[in-house]
Design a binder for this molecule. Structure first.
Ligand SMILES: NC(=O)c1ccc[n+]([C@@H]2O[C@H](COP(=O)([O-])OP(=O)(O)OC[C@H]3O[C@@H](n4cnc5c(N)ncnc54)[C@H](O)[C@@H]3O)[C@@H](O)[C@H]2O)c1
Length: 315
């Protein structure tokens, strides 16, 4: 993995730039909002919760939005682009929940009679919220942001908040883990096509961050062991960096891609930053580089050939 140095001075002046962020009312999202504001961006916050008064007094427009609802998301994008007549340079899909009693549901014994099974019909698994917000809400947000950015001369950058659980499964959180891994899959699947439309997409995977989402007991246990806990500002910086940085090589070539020229420069794309404690690490390039080791050299060659066949892009 590659260590990254990201500081306040890594973020450019964002005067004239507009950012839209979900889940920006508190926690990591609020951390990113504060970074964006400190660097002079205009910010739209889409959240189910209202924003604090001191944030509302700044260059922030709050639009109450439930990202798990397609209609609510479409209303929010309508308001941003028509009512406010705004473009979108940066779109950050950050809203998430971690209510995940899936394991408990799996291990609760089956009913023993028809009446018990019937009662189960009215008991939808509570983990659906995790899928609706973390996965479907993010996927739908990416669709709407891409639509807007595709119409813009300069395109834009989309960043997704995933989680370290995407790479390091958390046994108590199977569905949360699955949704966050799916987001990394989404980013890596889109990284070779969206840039053809001047749209970059990347993700940030935080390890533990002290927010309302994480039970205090857990945070205290980590602190007790001296394990790293990131601040919301630290992760916010990684999110904004991902939306504003550039790269001079791709994570990997896909299908019919030709190697990039020496003077290559494009928006930060297809990468995942792991934010842990006070550090940042880029994960995807090393994973791509070592495919031969963990996928097998022979299988790598076969899969690469398969990708050339299924590559429908005109590159
Ligand atoms: N805190 C951590 O340790 C940690 C670690 C890895 C990843 N993450 C991820 O970071 C993101 C932010 O989490 P956080 O720790 O700041 O939690 P948080 O609970 O403090 O903030 C989450 C925000 O998302 C909003 N939200 C939730 N559901 C929503 C919906 N349906 N529509 C709109 N807004 C909604 C909440 O109102 C809240 O403002 C999440 O995607 C989470 O999975 C957090």
């Amino acid at each position: 993995m590659t260590s990254l140095s990201i500081t306040e001075s890594s973020i450019p002046d964002l005067t004239g730039k507009t950012a839209v962020i979900t889940g920006g009312a508190r926690g990591i999202g609020l951390g990113a909002v504060q970074v964006l504001l400190d660097h002079n961006a205009r910010v739209f916050v889409l959240d189910v919760l209202p924003i604090a008064d001191d944030v509302a007094a700044s260059k922030v427009t709050f639009i109450q939005t439930d990202t798990s609802s397609w209609l609510s998301l479409v209303d929010a994008f309508t308001a941003i682009t028509t009512e406010h007549g705004s473009k979108i340079d940066i779109a950050i899909a950050n809203a998430g929940v971690w209510n995940d009693p899936y394991l408990e549901d799996c291990l609760t014994p089956a009913p023993t009679d028809a009446a018990g099974w019937s009662a189960l019909k009215d008991n939808k698994p509570a983990t659906e919220a995790c899928v609706e917000v973390n996965l479907k809400g993010t996927m739908n947000f990416v669709i709407l942001a891409s639509k807007v950015m595709k119409t813009q001369e300069k395109g834009g950058s989309i960043v997704v908040t995933s989680s370290s659980t995407a790479y390091f499964a958390e046994q108590q959180m199977p569905v949360y883990t699955a949704t966050k891994a799916a987001l990394v899959g989404l980013v890596s699947a889109l990284r070779s096509t969206l840039p053809l439309h001047k749209i970059a997409i990347s993700a940030v995977c935080p390890s533990a961050v002290e927010t309302a989402m994480i039970p205090t007991m857990f945070i205290e246990a980590l602190k007790g062991l001296g394990l790293p806990i990131a601040t919301t500002r630290h992760v916010g910086l990684a999110l904004v960096y991902s939306a504003t940085a550039t790269q001079n090589r791709r994570v990997e070539d896909y299908g019919k891609d030709k190697p990039v020229p020496e003077d290559f420069e494009e928006r930060w794309n297809g990468r995942v930053i792991h934010a842990i404690g006070e550090e940042y690490w880029e994960v995807e390039e090393k994973l791509a580089e070592t495919r031969g080791v963990w996928w097998g050299e022979k299988n790598l060659k076969l899969t690469e050939k398969q990708r050339v066949v299924s590559d429908l892009r005109e590159v």
